[in-house]
Design a protein around this ligand. Sequence first.
Ligand SMILES: NC(=O)c1ccc[n+]([C@@H]2O[C@H](COP(=O)([O-])OP(=O)(O)OC[C@H]3O[C@@H](n4cnc5c(N)ncnc54)[C@H](OP(=O)(O)O)[C@@H]3O)[C@@H](O)[C@H]2O)c1
Length: 292
Amino acid sequence: MAKLGWIGMGNIGTPMALRMIDAGHEIMVWGRTRERLKPALDKGAADGASAAQLAAECDAVFLCISDTRAVEEVVFGPHGIASCGAPGKLVIDNSTINPQRTRELAKRLRDEHGMGWLDAPVSGGAIGAAAGKLACLVGGAAADFAQARPWIAAFASNITHMGDNGTGQVAKSCNQAVLTATLAVWGEVLEYAESNGLDPSRLVEALADSWSDSAVRRVHAPNMALKKYPKAKPTLMLKDLDILADTARATKSPMPISALVMNLYRQQLALGFETGGIIGFRQLYAGAAAEE
Ligand SMILES: NC(=O)c1ccc[n+]([C@@H]2O[C@H](COP(=O)([O-])OP(=O)(O)OC[C@H]3O[C@@H](n4cnc5c(N)ncnc54)[C@H](OP(=O)(O)O)[C@@H]3O)[C@@H](O)[C@H]2O)c1
C-alpha cells in the first residue's frame, strides 16, 4: 500500500486529511503548528519531523496550504520536499495557487529531482470536504493522474483531469470567477428583495429548482438572507481573484465581471469588514444603502 504525506491542516486541509485516514490510507503529517496536527495524529497518522522526511518516506505528498509562496517554500525551501525527493515520487498540490507558477515549480521539480506534480485544487468548502463531496480539478501527466485518482477519491466526488500542469489551477480560477460573481449578485438581490417587501429567506427557498438555483443558493444564500455573517476576512477570495486577474492579463482575456467583483471585495477589505469571503456583499450593499 502507498504511503502518503500530508501538509496543510487548516480549515479545508484538516477534513480532507481526516477523510484520507478514514479511507484506510497510511498517512504521515507534518506542519509548523503542532496543535493543528492533533486531529490527524489522534486518528493514527504518523508524525513527520519535516517536509523532507515526508518526501523521503512517502510515495506522494499532498499539500493544502495557504498560497503560492507557501507552496514554493514547502517544496524548495530548507528541509523541503525537493531536498529528499526522488524520481517516481509525486507532489499533489490541493492548494489554490497561480497556474503559471505551478508550471514553473512542476518543471523545476521534474528537471532537478525527477518528481511528478499534480495541481489538484478543490472546491466545495470544509463542509464538502468532510462529506467527501469536493470537486477536484487536476493538471499534470496522465499517468500521475491515474496513480493519484484513487487517493483523491477519499475527499472528492468529482475528479477531472483537465490537461497538463497548470490547467487544474486555471479551472479553479474559472470556478472562483463564477462563485464570487454569484455571491455578489445574491448580496444585491437580497437587499433589493427586502426593500421591495419580500421575505429574503422565502425568496431563497422559492428559487429552488429555478434557472438561478445553485450551490450558492442552497448553502450560502440562506445565511445571507438572515444576515448571518461568519467571521472571515475577504483576503482568501481576493487571493484567488488576484490569481484570476494575473492569468487573464497574461492571455489578454477580458474579464469585466470578475474585475468588478474584485473591486467589491477590495472595498470590503478597505472598510475593515470581518464578514467577507462568502457573504460580505450584503453587508456592503446594506451599508451603501444606509448612507444614502
Ligand atoms: N477554506 C476553503 O473553503 C477552501 C476551499 C477551496 C480551496 N481552498 C484552498 O486550500 C488552501 C488551504 O486553505 P485553508 O482554508 O485550509 O487555509 P488555512 O485554514 O489558512 O490553513 C493554511 C494551512 O497552510 C499552512 N501553511 C501556510 N504557510 C505554510 C508554510 N510556509 N509552511 C508550512 N505550512 C504552511 C498553515 O500552517 P500553520 O498552521 O503552521 O500556519 C495551515 O495549516 C488555500 O490555498 C485555499 O485557497 C480553501
